[in-house]
Design a protein around this ligand. Sequence first.
Ligand SMILES: NC(=O)c1ccc[n+]([C@@H]2O[C@H](COP(=O)([O-])OP(=O)(O)OC[C@H]3O[C@@H](n4cnc5c(N)ncnc54)[C@H](O)[C@@H]3O)[C@@H](O)[C@H]2O)c1
Length: 441
Amino acid sequence: MKVTIYGSGYVGLVTGACLAQVGNDVLCVDVDERKINMLLNGEIPIHEPGLDKMVQANIAAGRLKFTLSAAEGVAHGLFQFIAVGTPPDEDGSADLRYVLTVARSIAQHMDGYRIVVDKSTVPVGTADRVRAAMLEVLEQRAFNAEFDVVSNPEFLKEGAALDDFMKPDRIVIGTDNPRTTELMRELYAPFNRSHDRLVVMDIRSAELTKYAANAMLATKISFMNELANMAELLGADIEKVRIGIGSDPRIGYHFIYPGCGYGGSCFPKDVQALERTAREIGYNAELLSAVEAVNYRQKDKPFEKLQKHYGANLEGKTVALWGLAFKPNTDDMREASSRNLMEALWKQGVTVQAFDPVAMEECTRIYGQRPDLKLCQTAEAALEGADCLVIVTEWQQFRSPDFDAIKSKLNDSVIVDGRNLYSPEQMAKKGITYYAIGRGC
Ligand SMILES: NC(=O)c1ccc[n+]([C@@H]2O[C@H](COP(=O)([O-])OP(=O)(O)OC[C@H]3O[C@@H](n4cnc5c(N)ncnc54)[C@H](O)[C@@H]3O)[C@@H](O)[C@H]2O)c1
């Protein structure tokens, strides 16, 4: 089938590569010239495990192409996927400017029936706005073309995106037209073989489903962080509590890890956008506001723990930082806890020596070269001459380090662990002063 995808970011590129992988003819459109030029050369602008090979293989097979031209995109696909960013507006609501720009350009260039698929995370009612924007342009063109708008939210996780797309838990299709249900079913058939994963519903419910999923996951994290802070004050160990509650199948072990807050391109902005949607309809979504507030506070924990150890003034210190990405297996630093920590440290005149297996280029893109940030080639190199170590991303390679080497390299044997990777007992035995989240230390 012929598919056009607007936006070649984490979602658009993965969607394009996976749809091409199963045999579709896919054209990806982006407005970012640098990105498109890289992709035309088979280079991948983001870090996503396995994506480079899949993109290169499908380019070689002639099933995956890239262009800057929206007109070419509209001419190509029966399916027109919108996978552009929906960043937070100044008031926290989702900024739909990119989505509506794409909708208008589809209407500007279309010469016949198209299915417009909203894959970006968009507030309830966006499909109506997409339809209205398209009708306005078609009216200006005095051109009467048929089209359908479908909501097809994406649930992939960065770092495991290919697997999530190829073997989805569910494929949510929001539509008001049985004809599009059948066409979407056909498009997704290769990902729907072992059992029917298609969940078909009305458009508004599909739009809300995506926000509901992210808000639920964010709530689980903030709930555990709230409890972790209480555990600390009560002399309890949140890790024991986690296992104690996770063993209840009604609760489960997923997503109840305490830590220094969630980040990324989705949870923070989606919780915020859902809360703003509530406000717009005159509803006070108190739980969502609390989830957001708890997370905001939690991101300060590593900094607070450093102050607990060294006192309020950290000026002149050098901190080794392991992890920059908002989670392992991605180079995405949007809303990453590392950023809150580094920015707080820099304000106090602290030098940061950081290491991340894949996000250092992204870190340079965001912060540029600065004298108080040293990006190190290895985790060990980041320790050289530093006073203490802070961990904010739970990369696998940080899970079982050589603690004797850490001790010998740091000026002070202090670890602040924002992801609870180590055992406080083991750290005590090694003579390391260890601060974790919700573990009485
Ligand atoms: N990243 C995730 O893990 C994830 C998961 C599920 C859903 N989502 C949602 O999917 C959407 C995209 O997220 P992302 O992380 O892929 O964003 P991204 O920022 O990585 O990519 C967006 C891309 O859209 C391009 N773009 C902007 N305007 C355009 C236009 N007019 N035409 C063509 N391209 C245009 C940008 O240049 C950019 O390359 C968002 O709504 C997000 O909330 C993201």
